[in-house]
Design a protein around this ligand. Structure first.
Ligand SMILES: [Zn+2]
Ligand SMILES: [Zn+2]
Length: 74
């Protein structure tokens, strides 16, 4: 299942040069993750091939299923 969806037209986003691109809107997006507990922006960590998210404000790892993912126009 593809969770990378354009926030304006709901099409699947393409991964392009480190960013997400919507061919439909000709818009580039950056993926950002926010803490479900304190709303701070999270750092993405790559460990053993699985992505996890760390909150510098709570000082703990956040489960990927709980973080709030936002696509911001680049
Ligand atoms: Zn779009
Ligand atoms: Zn937090």
């Amino acid at each position: 299942m593809n969770q990378n969806i354009c926030p304006s037209c709901q099409q699947d986003l393409e991964w392009q040069e480190g960013k997400y691109h919507c061919g439909c809107c000709s818009t580039t997006f950056i993926k950002k993750a926010f803490c479900p507990d304190c709303e701070a922006e999270l750092d993405k960590l790559q460990a053993c091939g699985a992505a996890s998210y760390f909150c510098n404000s709570c000082n703990e790892l956040k489960s990927k299923s709980r973080v709030r993912i936002i696509f911001e126009q680049a």
